[in-house]
Design a binder for this molecule. Structure first.
Ligand SMILES: [Fe+2]
Length: 333
């Protein structure tokens, strides 16, 4: 482990449940915004979607407009199963990301390549072994990141759905508003970073979170997931500028690794100050959160030796926007 590696271990947090401040009614939908500032809103709980039936094109359009505005939408008690989770996801984009099954298809509990099993549960129902490669892989999810930035063809949305009861003692997923964080940067910092390109590497975040196990990823892991290149400053779907950042961010093109990591973590720490962050508490099975990876960061609470079963499953919708395929090798030269 060299000096520039910046290991961050976050504690589990137990935020207080803030009372709902405001309800906005839009047709049949009730929207409860979570974080407010003068010119920005981030995160909202949305009620009024009838998840027992296919979602109409009209409601899908309404929800996408809300997603563009809030960046993270939370739905309670949806009652969705795997196939309806996938069907809704497919209404939001042409293609879903296919699970690479790094640790073997034979270990796949869900039997569904369009879902990522981010539960802490093994095939036989036991909890994931604390010393397993899969367990160590999961530790990276507790670092601030955005999903799939390490793919050249990146993803726009992730939808995480809970099955069964939440973990004893509570569980949370934390979200950071990278649009508002960008707008609060100094003009000098904005100019400094405007044209930077970032190399994202899945194995970089795995190494940060678990250097003993992922200090040297296995050849098949490296081959399955080479790095990808994306602009640091991007335009979000609502037209505002945002920072596209993640613990996967390994280097900045044209800068050395030390200098790159210093700037990357300075910006991640800027984005994840408490004023830009809220924590979603998982209250019951069927709870679902849908976020836009292009204008937010998130992290899970780390798995612990004493935690109970947590059955959460994720679909990931490929980006079809103007920044979807990042910066090509030809553009880098
Ligand atoms: Fe994630």
């Amino acid at each position: 482990m060299s000096d520039h590696m910046h290991i961050l271990v976050y504690d589990n947090t137990c935020p207080s449940r803030a009372g709902v401040q405001q309800t906005i009614q839009e047709g049949s939908l009730s929207i409860h915004p979570i974080l407010h500032s003068e010119d920005s809103s981030f995160g909202a709980e949305v009620y009024g979607v009838d998840w027992s039936k296919p979602i109409s094109a009209y409601v899908v359009a309404q929800l996408i407009a809300l997603q563009d505005k809030y960046g993270v939408l939370i739905f309670r008690n949806t009652g969705l199963d795997n196939s309806r989770h996938i069907a809704f996801s497919q209404q939001l984009g042409d293609k879903l990301e296919v699970n690479p099954f790094f640790y073997g298809r034979e270990n796949d509990r869900l039997g569904e390549p369009l879902l990522f099993d981010v539960a802490n549960i093994e095939l036989d129902g036991s909890l994931v072994k604390m010393d397993s490669r899969r367990y160590h892989h999961s530790l990276g999810n507790a670092l601030w990141h955005t999903d799939s930035s390490y793919h050249q063809q990146r993803s726009k949305y992730s939808i995480l759905l809970s099955h069964g009861n939440p973990v004893e003692g509570g569980s949370w997923t934390h979200f950071a508003d990278t649009r508002r964080a960008y707008s609060d940067l100094s003009q000098a910092k904005k100019e400094e970073i405007e044209n930077l390109v970032v190399e994202h590497d899945l194995w970089h975040s795995r190494k940060l979170a678990s250097p003993a196990v992922f200090g040297n990823p296995l050849p098949h892991e490296l081959a399955a997931k080479p790095p990808a290149y994306h602009r640091l400053v991007q335009t979000a779907p609502d037209g505002r500028k945002t920072l596209y950042l993640a613990a996967h961010a390994k280097g900045i093109v044209g800068k050395g690794i030390e200098e790159s990591q210093q700037l990357i973590w300075e910006l991640i720490e800027h984005c994840t100050q408490s004023k830009y962050v809220f924590s979603m508490e998982w209250l019951s099975g069927g709870d679902m959160v849908w976020w836009d990876n292009r204008q937010s960061m998130h992290r899970a609470n780390p798995y612990t030796a004493t935690m109970t079963a947590r059955d959460v499953r994720r679909s990931t919708i490929l980006d079809d926007g103007p920044w979807a395929s990042g910066v090509s090798a030809a553009e880098l030269e």
